[in-house]
Design a protein around this ligand. Structure first.
Ligand code: SF4
Length: 302
């Protein structure tokens, strides 16, 4: 079977599964999630806040069924449209505190790292308008203790125009997480259904970010059996065959253990993606034998 036929088959199967997902109505004016957890940043343990906007959803997912390991679209209002005004209202709700059901003394200045996720690509105008993105970053610029803001985007949307739109109103570090999943095209397209055959698209995105003084990080999925010495396998995975492929990424500077060892060190839970695309929180006392295969995300700064 050639790759195109195989891809069509994968896409068909993914879409069959997607059709089984129940449609949930969401309030477009309310944030999807606010999560605060420990984060290892710049040699110290800090609190970071992750703000997840209820959003229009990933276009790749809408058009093709999306990446096989992702279920973000289940959190988007399939029958609704999140407008610029909705996004602004969502952002204001966390700044003003109305997001929280009970009074919380919340101030973005308490968080050196702020993640702003939109369940898709922050730089795709079809998912979030440039006006909304600019509003969020110009407001965030008031919080000078925030050292770094992180957004996520597919590589093809990382353009001069999209970066300038927020960089021109924001003084501190902007970092963009880009899902690579695998540097092997066959794995990336057939296992992850990424829809980016050409690795040069990633290189271009990283180069564009660097030109604008932004940072890039790449997500790569590692897969392995979870029995035996789980940590040992992770290390082997990281420094063995996967490492060889990671080296194909442009200018990998640092690999961060996303989850597992890093999170164990914090004494907190582990957050990983599992095979069916759901996100679960794994606690330290987890019986690893209960889960035979785990897809582990590693983050690389490039
Ligand atoms: S991983 Fe990213 S690109 Fe893939 S379907 Fe999910 S949101 Fe879209």
């Amino acid at each position: 079977m050639n790759i195109e036929k195989a891809k069509a088959l994968v896409e068909k199967k993914i879409n069959e599964l997607r059709k089984k997902t129940p449609i949930i109505e969401y309030d477009c004016k309310k944030l999807a999630e606010v999560e605060i957890n420990k984060f290892f940043y710049d040699g110290r343990m800090i609190d970071r806040v992750m703000i997840v906007l209820r959003s229009n959803g990933c276009e790749h997912y809408k058009k093709t069924g999306g990446c096989s390991m992702c279920s973000h679209f289940n959190g988007t209002p399939i029958n609704g449209v999140v407008t610029t005004e909705n996004y602004i209202k969502q952002w204001d709700s966390i700044i003003g505190g109305s997001q929280f059901e009970t009074y919380v003394d919340f101030n973005l200045n308490d968080y050196p790292v702020v993640c702003i996720y939109n369940l898709g690509s922050f730089f795709n105008e079809n998912e979030i308008s440039k006006e909304a993105a600019r509003y969020i970053f110009s407001n965030l610029n008031n919080y000078k203790n925030v050292e770094k803001a992180i957004v996520e985007s597919r590589a093809e949307y990382v353009t001069d125009d999209a970066i300038s739109n927020i960089k021109s109103v924001y003084d501190n570090i902007i970092e963009v997480g880009i899902g690579v999943e695998s540097t092997n095209m066959t794995i990336r397209e057939l296992c992850h259904h990424k829809g980016i055959e050409d690795m040069s698209i990633y290189k271009k995105a990283v180069d564009t970010l660097h030109v604008h003084g932004c940072k890039a990080l790449a997500y790569v999925v590692l897969q392995f059996d979870a029995h035996g010495d789980y940590l040992g396998e992770f290390e082997e995975c990281l420094h063995g065959s996967v490492m060889k492929r990671i080296n194909m990424l442009p200018n990998v500077k640092k690999i961060v253990h996303c989850g597992l060892r890093g999170n164990l060190n914090t004494g907190g839970g582990l957050r990983e993606s599992v095979e069916n695309g759901n996100v679960i929180i794994l606690k330290e006392d987890l019986n690893y034998d209960a889960i035979k295969k785990i897809l582990m995300k590693a983050i690389m700064y490039i």
